[in-house]
Design a protein around this ligand. Structure first.
Ligand SMILES: *[C@@H]1O[C@H](CO)[C@@H](O)[C@H](O)[C@H]1NC(C)=O
Ligand SMILES: *[C@@H]1O[C@H](CO)[C@@H](O)[C@H](O)[C@H]1NC(C)=O
Ligand SMILES: *[C@@H]1O[C@H](CO)[C@@H](O)[C@H](O)[C@H]1NC(C)=O
Ligand SMILES: *[C@@H]1O[C@H](CO)[C@@H](O)[C@H](O)[C@H]1NC(C)=O
Length: 409
């Protein structure tokens, strides 16, 4: 249980083993959640409105208030090396209902800005068939220690609408690519096809559609896009959420992961067998691909508790193909959505109650707990993260560093 020689890790590990905490403090915004406190609950509520994948879990001795008060939840001593000695979590903007802070978070190192998009299917956003979700951005250079020392600094960071030309229609996934940005768009109605867009991160934010069909057939509703640092190829997921959210027609293709070699124009299937292939990301060396499957949630079409809320891992062969699909992790709350890795190969996933962090062996190390569905987040280089919680926008400081500095490829 003690993975390295850190004295802090050893002390917290002692705590996890029920021994004394010693002199080393747990960071002020962190708390230990010892799984043994709830292994045997005695009375376990049946599946009901009070106990299901979408209701936050309150382990014995805690309350939702205490869980939120110290939001860095240490399930394993290894988590200390991720959060460091003084992690912070700060609300920097919120809305009264419009889900402006949804997905496609991507940090652009040159300008130190983070881009993200509105929810494309939510009635509260007025998007879907009626209008496209918007892209927005914030500048991280304006975020000072005076801001990060607060839990609620809402309004202290300016949020700017990004108007691209042509418009990225219903963006949902984003990543860095050769100094520019790639976005996956879900399409709209029967006539606007889902597409992969290349966007200039700087004004005038001109954009180019790189791909909008599979041999003349529309994709279903592209969800996320990632670039493998090993071969520079573009991989993307295509679930059917546009149809499940009533703004795309019935699907015309299986729910798959594709691979796009831009230089040759070749588009091939990388993997199938998903219920809802959602987030996609690669390990720092590009040898593993991780894909979240959020099939448990079918948007307006309901919930199936027996469907995946699962993170799958694949080996990526030197030729770019995927093999050895492995069940890597299952999110204990909600669905696993956006995914990113740190430089050490730990896996971070936006899930039903915050960002869950697993080590490369699939052990849950901890959570950045928000008590509600957390669709996505992005590392912004070393020690910084932006988390999107629909109507709330959070900024995090921690020790870990995102796997890709932004323009490796
Ligand atoms: C479009 O707007 C109408 C009227 O405001 C609303 O009833 C409908 O749900 C919206 N459709 C979508 C797909 O958001
Ligand atoms: C944060 O502060 C704003 C006003 O300063 C308030 O409207 C909002 O409810 C607060 N949010 C939380 C989560 O405390
Ligand atoms: C959120 O950001 C917008 C745009 O900068 C600003 O107008 C608004 O006041 C901010 N609202 C809150 C509650 O932070
Ligand atoms: C934006 O325009 C510039 C200047 O014409 C061009 O070099 C660049 O490739 C364009 N970028 C995109 C993403 O279309």
């Amino acid at each position: 249980m003690v993975p390295h020689n850190s004295a802090t890790a050893a002390l917290v590990s002692s705590l996890l083993f029920g021994l004394s905490l010693g002199a080393e403090p747990v960071p002020s915004l962190a708390q230990v959640i010892d799984p043994r406190t709830f292994n045997a609950l005695g009375t376990v509520p049946p599946l009901s409105a009070e106990a299901n994948a979408f209701v936050p879990f309150t382990p014995p001795g805690t309350s939702q208030q205490s869980l939120l008060a110290k939001p860095f939840h240490i399930y394993d001593a290894e988590f200390l090396d991720i959060i460091g000695r003084n992690p912070t979590l700060t609300l920097i903007n919120h809305t009264s209902g419009d889900p402006l802070f949804h997905e496609a978070p991507v940090w652009h190192p040159d300008t130190d800005e983070v881009f993200f998009c509105q929810n494309a299917g939510s009635p509260a956003a007025g998007t879907g068939l009626n209008k496209s979700a918007i892209l927005q951005k914030i500048s991280l250079s304006s975020i000072t220690p005076a801001i990060t020392s607060q839990r609620n600094a809402s309004g202290s960071v300016k949020v700017n609408v990004v108007t691209t030309n042509p418009a990225v229609i219903n963006p949902n996934g984003g990543t860095n690519y050769q100094g520019q940005l790639l976005f996956a768009g879900e399409g709209q109605g029967a006539n606007i096809a889902p597409a992969i867009y290349l966007v200039n991160p700087k004004s005038p934010h001109n954009a180019t559609v790189l791909l909008d069909n599979f041999f003349g057939r529309q994709f279903n509703s592209l969800n996320d896009v990632a670039v493998n640092p090993r071969n520079g190829e573009i991989y993307f997921t295509d679930p059917t959420y546009g149809f499940s959210q009533d703004f795309r027609p019935p699907p015309g293709l299986p729910k798959q992961v594709y691979r796009f070699h831009r230089d040759t124009g070749a588009v091939v299937v990388a993997a199938d067998g998903f219920n809802m292939p959602n987030g996609i990301s690669f390990s720092p060396n590009g040898r593993h691909a991780y894909v979240t499957d959020s099939g448990l949630a079918q948007a307006f079409k309901g919930i199936d508790f027996t469907a995946p809320a699962t993170v799958y891992r694949f080996d990526v062969q030197p030729d770019g193909t995927f093999e050895n699909r492995k069940t890597f992790a299952f999110a204990d709350r909600g669905i696993p959505d956006g995914i990113a890795l740190d430089t050490k190969g730990n896996v971070y996933v936006g899930s039903g109650d915050g960002v869950h962090v697993w080590n490369p062996s699939g052990k849950l190390l901890g959570k950045i707990y928000l008590g509600t569905s957390t669709a996505n987040f992005a590392f912004a280089g070393k020690g910084r993260m932006v988390i999107l919680v629909e109507t709330e926008l959070y900024y995090v400081t921690l020790k870990a560093e995102g796997a890709f500095p932004g323009r490796l490829y």
